[in-house]
Design a protein around this ligand. Structure first.
Ligand code: ACO
Length: 309
């Protein structure tokens, strides 16, 4: 969907969306395509790139807030569709921080020797959960999936440091009120959009800039590095102005910052693996490069990971 499509849907303009968010278009999954369908495609691509077979995968961790069903987890649905006979699957409901959270858990599993090969997927069908009558949110979101295989690697490379933090006091800044056990759907009652994404964008903006910046600094310092050692910075794609503000704070030139929000919008937990994959395929990453990924989402929950490629 392009900004022109939204001009026909709600009271907005290409000029407002572009200058306030940096978004020009986003991908919307076609009818009938589910979150697990998108995840399966991403997982298969990741396994092909990693040269790993289905029976080698020992765990599947899915970051999503838009699962196919309430029960079971989307990981179990993905496992059924892919056939991963040796794996345990479970989900993480960490919104836009889902992939970084999954990566952090996978790193701990691999380092402890518990599992050798783990699929981590960030996937969202946010279009199923977006209020297309609310101009302040509907222009922001898109659907996507991105996956990675995490496995042991040579000493000194791989996931060097990670950081995760949440603060539930910020729940009203980004949430969905109706549809859980506290406020279930009432037959015949109009939820008035309260079963969709509800967001206080301007307050969220300030916390996002502050905490994403702090999270990036934390993993860089924990690794004994400085921001000048970082070859590539891959932030969650929520708003180009948030991305630019963080780059400024880290004194990082925008040429080192991966951003593709213009083409995909905010794809929540899929945005970081999507950007990582695009940067990799474009030849922007060399062996030995230090890469920082930083995410922020509903919870609120935020986190970061520093990789040596
Ligand atoms: N088109 C035109 N006008 C609009 C639109 C629109 N699509 N949306 C809002 N407006 C109007 C508002 O009604 C308001 O009008 P008013 O001044 O007459 O009241 C005006 O624009 C300004 O609204 P703000 O909300 O103050 O605009 P802001 O500059 O803050 O931009 C935005 C809004 C893009 C949402 C920004 O706040 C943002 O990106 N916030 C962060 C979102 C984020 O980080 N999300 C991360 C997590 S997402 C997840 O976890 C799934």
């Amino acid at each position: 969907m392009t900004n022109a499509d939204f001009e026909r849907l709600v009271d907005t303009s290409d000029e407002w969306i572009t200058t306030r968010t940096g978004i020009k278009e986003r991908r919307i999954a076609k009818n009938g395509m589910t979150t697990s369908d998108m995840a399966v495609k991403a997982c298969k691509n990741a396994m092909e790139m990693a040269g790993c077979s289905h029976d080698e995968i020992e765990a599947l961790i899915t970051g999503t807030v838009t699962p196919d069903y309430k029960l079971p987890s989307n990981s179990c649905v993905i496992q059924e569709k892919m056939g991963l006979p040796q794996a345990v699957g479970f989900d993480i409901a960490a919104a836009c921080t889902g992939f970084v959270s999954g990566l952090s858990i996978a790193q701990a599993f691999v380092e402890s020797g518990k599992y050798r090969k783990i699929l981590v997927v960030g996937v969202e069908k946010l279009s199923s959960f977006t209020n297309y009558e609310d101009r302040s949110t509907c222009v922001l979101f898109g659907d996507a999936a991105g996956a990675a295989v995490v496995e042991p690697c040579e000493t000194g490379a791989g996931v060097i440091s990670t950081f995760l933090r949440s603060d539930g006091n910020y729940r009203p800044l980004l949430w969905s009120e109706i549809g859980g056990c506290k406020y279930p759907y009432v037959p015949g009652e109009d939820p008035s959009g309260r079963d969709k994404i509800l967001m206080n964008g301007s307050d969220l903006f300030k916390v996002a800039v502050r905490e994403m910046g702090n999270a990036a600094v934390k993993v860089i310092e924990d690794a004994g590095l400085t921001s000048s050692d970082i070859a590539l910075f891959i932030p969650h794609q929520a708003n180009i102005r948030i991305i630019k503000a963080m780059a400024k704070r880290l004194k990082m030139d925008m040429s080192k910052v991966v951003h593709n929000i213009d083409r995909y919008g905010n794809t929540s937990s899929a945005s970081i693996p999507l950007a990582l994959d695009e940067a990799n395929r474009a030849g922007r990453i060399k062996p030995g490069d230090h890469i920082v990924m930083v995410a922020f989402g509903g919870g609120l929950i935020w986190g970061s990971a520093l990789l040596k490629w």
